[in-house]
Design a protein around this ligand. Structure first.
Ligand code: TGC
Ligand code: FAD
Length: 404
């Protein structure tokens, strides 16, 4: 059903989207605030994202008008205190918000998780009071867009090998190097950049758009996260005032602790993509008739659907418990890695199975499963690849480090 136009793009929405699937009554484990936040974001996604997302994914364009709206609905830094531009909620609220955004599209969740966990969080956790007051309210409201520069062309899984560096020059640092695969960089007003100082230690700097020698060209040709804008960060003798250095962290644990926060959000987010695929496949299996009966009546279709909801339910329990540990400040990076790795993989498997249930229609943009599937290929790789997370768990349980 058509529901009007947005920036010249025809919006259409299937009104029965987003049935609620809670096989184990996990809603009973959530507070009323979590349910209210989740349902509000779900309604917003249904209204503002679903009607336009296939168009943007198809055209490989970013729905930039959503940046401001995400600020207005409280999607940036839900668990950062309200006085610093966040939502003042807990980490389970943050999780359910990421889940609902990714039900719409992984790229929309990316917009929010980069801004909240990778830009606001490091400034909140490691920044000076002046930096917090200057940047966080504007980032929280979506007035300002940020990005996070860790990965380099030759250093992805191994960020500790980074070559981007600063040289001391009185009141400033001179920054040189390049970052690769940076979500939102071409449209960002500022970047949190990780670079090595003259002692070879990693420090964080806030680099602002317009600083001489700083550019952020777009990366084209992605088959995944097509509605998300990705680019490079290039630094050629950029003079960054020392006042822009994050004063309260030195070392790789700075960027890695931001990743812990973002990976936690992704563990919830991936379930949203999985739920959307399951929801669509379940509906299609009841509507599509072959051999005189709904395909959902065939045992092989039921196997697929039963396994999907089993994995979703296990994933929901995993992130709920992890959320409790996060709220108590007890979650370990290893526990976060396990949840990110598991939930992204099950979501990708569910997207592939859902695509099969839709038959030929599953490869079209009439249905969301192929778009989710392509998106999840990125989600499996960014914020630490599937195999890197396995090795983090391996290290945790054996005490033997595969990286050294
Ligand atoms: P390692 O020697 O193990 O650790 C260095 C220091 O960091 C501490 N640490 C952590 N701290 C907090 N959270 C974590 N997850 C941490 N992991 C390690 C560690 O305790 C140590 O502290 P200290 O005090 O002893 O100095 O470091 P390593 O060089 O051996 O590397 C370990 C490894 C491979 C696990 C790490 O480099 C890694 O996680 N690699 C994956 C890289 C990655 O995830 N990149 C993501 C880039 S950002 C991104 O993808 C954004 S996508 C955004 C979107 O669109 O949603
Ligand atoms: P590599 O590290 O080269 O890995 C290639 C393969 O080798 C992988 O399968 C990997 O698992 C494997 N491998 C590597 N080391 C080992 C090992 N020790 N043992 C076993 N296998 C290993 N980064 C940012 O900093 N900011 C962002 O905003 C951001 N956004 C992104 C958006 C998109 C769309 C994408 C695709 C990436 C983004 N990234 C971002 C980068 C992302 O984090 C990296 O792509 C990821 O960490 C992997 O690095 P790489 O691509 O260089 O792969």
């Amino acid at each position: 059903m058509a529901i009007g136009t947005e920036n010249g793009i025809k919006k259409s929405v299937k009104t029965d989207l987003y049935q609620h699937h809670d096989y184990y009554g996990i809603d009973e484990l959530l507070d009323q605030d979590h349910i209210l936040a989740r349902d509000a974001i779900r309604d917003w996604v249904k209204e503002e994202v679903s009607p336009i997302i296939e168009h943007h994914a198809n055209a490989a364009t970013c729905p930039e008008h959503l940046f401001k709206q995400l600020g207005e609905i409280g999607a940036y830094g839900p668990s950062i205190p309200a006085e610093y531009g966040g939502g003042g909620m807990d980490d389970i609220a943050y999780g359910v918000i990421m889940q609902e955004l990714e039900r719409g599209d992984s790229g929309i969740r990316s917009m929010a998780s980069v801004q909240g966990s990778l830009v606001m969080y490091p400034i909140y956790r490691f920044g000076s009071e002046e930096q917090k007051r200057k940047y966080l309210p504007k980032l929280g409201s979506g007035e300002m867009i940020g990005c996070f520069g860790l990965t380099e062309p030759d250093h992805g899984s191994n960020p500790g090998g980074m070559v981007t560096n600063v040289v001391d020059d009185g009141d400033s640092y001179i920054l040189n190097g390049a970052k690769m695969w940076i979500t939102n960089s071409p449209v960002a007003d500022m970047a949190v950049v990780w670079a090595k100082n003259e002692e070879g230690k990693v420090i964080g700097l806030i680099v602002e758009k317009g600083m001489k020698g700083f550019s952020a060209p777009e990366i084209h040709g992605k088959w995944s996260l097509r509605a998300s804008i990705t680019g490079e960060l290039v630094f050629e003798d950029v003079r960054v005032p020392k006042a822009n250095v994050l004063p309260n962290v030195v070392g790789l644990k700075g960027p890695l602790s931001c990743l812990t926060k973002a990976r936690y959000g992704i563990a919830w987010g991936a379930l949203g993509a999985g739920l959307d695929c399951y929801d669509a496949a379940l509906r299609y299996s009841k509507e599509r008739i072959q051999f005189g009966k709904p395909i959902g009546q065939f045992q092989l279709t039921q196997k697929k659907l039963a396994e999907m909801i089993t994995e979703i339910t296990k994933g929901q329990l995993l992130v709920w418990r992890l959320g409790k540990l996060m709220n108590a400040g007890k979650a370990t990076p290893g526990q976060v890695s396990m949840a990110k790795r598991n939930n992204v993989k099950i979501a990708l498997d569910i997207a592939r199975e859902a695509r099969q249930i839709h038959g030929g229609m599953g490869i079209t943009n009439e249905y969301s499963c192929m778009r989710h599937m392509m998106n999840l290929e990125t989600v499996l790789t960014y914020e630490g690849t599937h195999d890197i997370h396995l090795l983090i768990t391996g290290y945790d349980v054996t005490g033997l480090n595969a990286f050294s």
